[in-house]
Structure formats: structure tokens, C-alpha cells
Design a protein around this ligand. Structure first.
Ligand code: ZN
Length: 458
């Protein structure tokens, strides 16, 4: 394979996100075949490269890492009947609509959501897909096809729901599956797509929707299967007070105790939300090295609460950020999510609770740790060339004294240039891999159809 090389030179501000939190001015970054070979600043002789980008007006940082999402929900954004609901009511309102999803919906929703993520500076995204309406095809395969087409690094998680209303669960029968069928499909997806190699563009994880929407046996079997194949585990936990009450009344246990009992309190697990933990639980999570996908916008939108982010980080948990479902945010803008994290923690714990650098670490290198990756999240030799570049000449940044602070204190901007694995995926603010206009046209049409069909049909 011929070498492809890339040099970004004269970078106004380069945020390395390394262990020393170094920020370089007048810097350069050189990569070959998707891997960073050199970074630095000053008057060093620069290598020749096949592609050269002038970075004099840009702040460059590691591509942002999104650790929790439900891409299909882009089709039900701002759905009026669920606009003011809290989680359980919001779910009950939307399940019948989501029960009509098919492969085309999954693919187009993924393309639209991934486009939004890429344009916000995100180079790696996870997705938690747990809805598999009967006879509607292979929805995760459709998402994977979308990720390959658009050029984003992708961590799909095979979700599941097996406890319907007859067993006291929340989701309707039309979207729950048998547990053997779930495990078979998990194994199929791992075998077909999971790539553990450094620089991997696709890794699969297993993700029962929550410990109370599947049986404890399926939680255990998912953990066994994941460990047999060396893949990670993901689920929702401690999102609402209603969840505490539900688990206590149904199982006589708090959610974290339930999680521990099924063998999930381990370093290969990352949890979405993690709001309602007491002090002892935070310490147990930290000791185990469990990752947390903090989702501030969704938590505010649904009135779920504020995650104890400083305590979780102090305890030893990697805390990443998740834009969460596009119907509970209702956005996939990763830079905006980092800003929300910064502001929300300060509301609860004061101005010193979280620094700009902390919030950016969560959006990059800590998110990468949640996904089990040490090859992305920082810009250092040997890491992958995933780089987000924001143009400092934008109206929103005008007058800013410090470019790094401006990223989060000023209004969230869209990326100008984005590299994934050394490949230019966004240039001049425009996606280079797909026609955004035609995808959005299809997306609007599908969303209107889903939302308008009579609910009695599902
Ligand atoms: Zn979620």
C-alpha cells in the first residue's frame, strides 16, 4: 500500500490532550497512513507530505469522542407529545413510533446523526441500539454501512430488551426479543464486524438496554459472551429516581447492586448517565474502574438530575460525554455537549468544579478510555490522526483572548476541517464523503412518515 502522508503546519493553537495537557502555538502535526508521527512547534524542518493544510487560523484538538447515543432517534426529534415528559412517560409515548423502524430508517437516521456529529468535531461515536421490531431486518448492519460510507470511527453496541409488559417491563411486546435470539445476534455481529486492532474503525460492544428491561440471566450471559470475545459492556444506569424506585420494588435492590450481582461492576463496563449514586456507590465504581458516559443535555431535558462528575472522576472513573438520544437532547453536537457539561457542573458545584481543560479531556481522552481505546483521544506520536479544526475567524470567536477557553465559553461552533484516520472528512465546513442535502431530504421524509402514521398500526 502506498504511503499517504499529511502535514498540518502553522497551527495557531494545537491542543495535544497528552498527560501534561500541553497546548502548542505555531505548531505542526505530521501523519502517515492515519498514524501521527510528529507533533511540535518552532522552526523545525518539516517533512514533505502528500497533503498539506495551513492551520494558521485554526485551533486544532483531538477529534471528540461520543460515548452514548441512539442515532435512530434523530427521526423523532422534538416530537411534540413527548416534548415535556420525564423519562418513563417519554419512553411510553415514543415506543409505538419506534416500533415502526426498519433498515432504511436505521441507515438514514445514522447518516443524518453522524453528519451532525462530524460537523461538530466528533470523529468517534458509539451508538446504543436496543430496538429491533420484528421482521424489520438487520438494523445495526445498516448503521455500520452508514458509518463506513460517511467515514466516522464507530462503536455500535448491540442493545436488547426482553422484558415486556407481561413480565412487568416498560417496552411493548412489539419491540422485545427472545433472549436466545438476542445472544445469537450479538455473536453474529461480533464475528462479522468487531476489529480489535489499533486504529480500528469499528468495534462492537454488548449493551442490554438497562438491567430492568432484560432478565438478570441475560445480563450475565451478555457479560460472559463479551468476555469470551474481548468486547466491552454498556448499559443505562442510575438515570432517574423512578429507576431507583422500580428496582427497589421489583428486585429489592438499588440499580448498582443489581449490576454488581450480574457481574458487571468491572473495568470493561461503561454506563450511560450515572446520576443517582450515593457516596459509597461512587467509590465502588471508581475502584472497579467503570466508565461513565455523562449526558448533561439529556439529563436537563428530561429533568433527570445532575451527575456527580467531580466525585466520579476523583474516585477513579473515566468520565466521557454522550450526546445521548437525539429525541432527548435533541442534538448531536459534541462541542455543545462539552459546554453543557462545563456549565451544568458549575451550577451544582460552583465555578471551580470543572475547568475548560477538564471538560475537553472528558470530550476526548476520557471518552476514549470509556470505549477501551488508548490509540485515540490525544494528539501524540503513535496515536491515530483524528483531528478537529475550528476556524478562529468566526463571528462567535471574535475578540476571544484564549483560543482554548473560547471553544467552550463562546457559542459552540461547527468544525471547519475534520480528519478521521488521517482522511479529510470535512473541509471548509462541508462533508466530503456524502451529499448532506440528499441525506437530509430523505431523513425529513422518513421522519414525517414515522411521526404521522396512525399509532394503532403497531
Ligand atoms: Zn440513552
Amino acid at each position: 500500500m502506498p504511503t499517504t502522508s499529511l502535514l498540518i503546519k502553522n497551527i495557531h493553537t494545537l491542543v495535544l490532550m497528552d498527560a501534561q495537557n500541553q497546548v502548542l502555538r505555531g505548531a505542526y502535526l505530521y501523519a502517515e497512513n492515519g498514524e501521527i508521527r510528529r507533533v511540535g512547534s518552532g522552526t523545525a524542518r518539516l517533512p514533505k507530505a502528500g497533503r498539506v493544510i495551513d492551520g494558521r487560523h485554526f485551533i486544532a484538538l483531538p477529534g471528540l469522542v461520543n460515548t452514548h447515543h441512539h442515532l435512530y432517534q434523530t427521526l423523532t426529534r422534538a416530537y411534540a407529545p413527548a416534548a415535556d415528559a420525564k423519562l418513563f412517560d417519554w419512553l411510553r409515548t415514543l415506543y409505538p413510533i419506534w416500533a415502526r423502524l426498519d433498515e432504511e430508517c436505521a441507515e438514514v437516521a445514522a447518516l443524518a446523526g453522524m453528519a451532525e456529529l462530524l460537523l461538530s468535531g466528533c470523529t468517534t461515536t458509539s451508538d446504543h441500539h436496543y430496538l429491533f421490531p420484528r421482521g424489520r431486518g438487520h438494523l445495526i448492519d445498516a448503521q455500520i454501512a452508514a458509518a463506513r460510507r460517511i467515514g466516522i470511527r464507530f462503536h455500535p453496541t448491540r442493545g436488547s430488551m426482553s422484558v415486556g409488559p407481561r413480565q412487568g417491563g416498560l417496552p411493548p411486546d412489539s419491540v422485545v426479543q427472545g433472549e436466545d435470539q438476542i445472544l445469537q445476534d450479538c455473536e453474529r455481529l461480533i464475528g462479522k464486524y468487531h476489529d480489535a486492532a489499533p486504529g480500528s474503525m469499528l468495534r462492537v460492544a454488548l449493551a442490554p438496554c438497562s438491567p430492568f428491561s432484560v432478565s438478570p440471566e441475560l445480563m450475565r450471559a451478555s457479560a460472559d459472551l463479551a468476555r469470551r470475545h474481548g468486547v466491552r459492556l454498556h448499559t443505562h444506569l442510575a438515570e432517574t429516581r423512578d429507576e431507583d424506585a422500580y428496582c427497589l420494588s421489583r428486585f429489592g435492590k438499588r440499580p448498582l447492586d443489581l449490576l454488581e450481582e450480574v457481574g458487571w461492576l468491572c473495568g470493561d463496563t461503561w454506563l450511560a448517565h450515572g446520576i443517582h449514586f450515593n457516596r459509597g456507590e461512587v467509590n465502588r465504581l471508581g475502584r472497579a474502574g467503570v466508565g461513565i458516559a455523562h449526558c448533561p443535555s439529556s439529563n436537563m431535558r428530561l429533568g433527570s438530575g445532575i451527575a456527580p462528575v467531580p466525585a466520579l472522576r476523583r474516585a477513579g472513573c473515566p468520565v466521557g460525554l454522550g450526546v445521548d438520544g437525539s429525541a432527548s437532547n435533541d442534538s448531536s453536537h459534541m462541542l455543545a455537549e462539552a459546554r453543557q457539561a462545563l456549565l451544568l457542573q458549575r451550577v451544582r458545584y460552583g465555578a471551580g468544579a470543572l475547568s475548560v481543560a477538564d471538560a475537553l479531556r472528558m470530550a476526548t481522552v476520557e471518552g476514549a478510555r470509556c470505549l477501551g481505546r488508548d490509540d485515540i483521544g490525544s494528539l501524540e506520536p503513535g496515536k491515530r490522526a483524528d483531528v478537529a479544526m475550528f476556524d478562529l475567524r468566526g463571528a462567535g470567536y471574535s475578540g476571544a483572548g484564549d483560543a482554548v477557553s473560547a471553544l467552550l465559553l463562546c457559542a459552540p461552533a461547527q468544525v471547519d476541517t475534520l480528519l478521521v484516520e488521517g482522511r479529510v472528512v470535512v473541509e471548509g465546513g462541508a462533508l466530503q464523503t456524502i451529499s448532506l442535502e440528499s441525506i437530509l431530504r430523505r431523513h425529513r421524509k422518513l421522519a414525517a412518515k414515522l411521526q404521522s402514521e396512525p399509532r394503532s398500526r403497531c
